[in-house]
Design a binder for this molecule. Structure first.
Ligand SMILES: C[S@@+](CC[C@H](N)C(=O)[O-])C[C@H]1O[C@@H](n2cnc3c(N)ncnc32)[C@H](O)[C@@H]1O
Length: 182
């Protein structure tokens, strides 16, 4: 599925307005003054709001292919730079961001490898990439251990450093979080 229609986006936004996985990822990112950050597939914008509380909305950008989510997050986080876009085609210059993350989004991307390459290109030197997905036993709306190994191998082929995965509890789920740095 490429994106959410307007009704699905509103229902998702209502159900997941305070998704715990978003707080887990923001904690792991250890955002600091001077960061300029991007969320890919921001949905209703919980992580965007948390990042803006930490470093200021003017340091935070996000993309989503759903115009409903984009409008929702523009209202929710005034001052953040929220644009329509996709993982495979990010409307920003290369080398812009000190941190880029996605949460429960990668399993929607039609071309995962192109999306990862595009995000690697948008990282500034020393920038960090975090990809979080629900850990699954079988392929589905999340990531399996075998898929994690494929993503790690692709990030290493892209020349990223310190690529590794960590598991974190998130409500009743386990989050698989893949880290890499430029
Ligand atoms: C399950 S939602 C997660 C939203 C949000 N990250 C969260 O944790 O609440 C998946 C999100 O990925 C977005 N998405 C779908 N295809 C995408 C693509 N090709 N590139 C970027 N985002 C995409 C969807 O529109 C949706 O907002």
């Amino acid at each position: 599925m490429r994106g959410f229609g307007a009704v699905a986006a509103r229902v998702y936004g209502w159900l997941y307005r305070r998704s715990p996985s978003n707080a887990v990822v923001i904690e792991l990112l250890e955002l600091r003054d001077g960061d300029r950050v991007l969320e890919v597939g921001c949905g209703p914008g919980t992580a965007v709001a948390l990042a803006a509380e930490r470093i200021g909305a003017d340091r935070v950008a996000a993309v989503d292919p759903s115009s409903t989510f984009v409008d929702m997050v523009r209202d929710r986080v005034p001052g953040a730079d929220i644009r329509e876009g996709s993982a495979e085609k990010l409307p920003f210059d290369d080398g812009t961001f000190t941190a880029i993350w996605s949460i429960a989004s990668m399993h929607h991307w039609p071309d995962r490898e192109a999306g990862l390459a595009e995000q690697a290109a948008k990282l500034a030197p020393g920038g960090r990439l975090l990809i979080a997905e629900r850990l699954l036993k079988r392929p589905g709306h999340g990531i399996t251990a075998a898929q994690t190994a494929e993503v790690i191998a692709h990030l290493e082929r892209l020349g990223l450093n310190d690529v590794r995965a960590v598991e974190r509890p998130s409500g009743r789920k386990t989050l698989q979080v893949i880290h890499a740095s430029h």
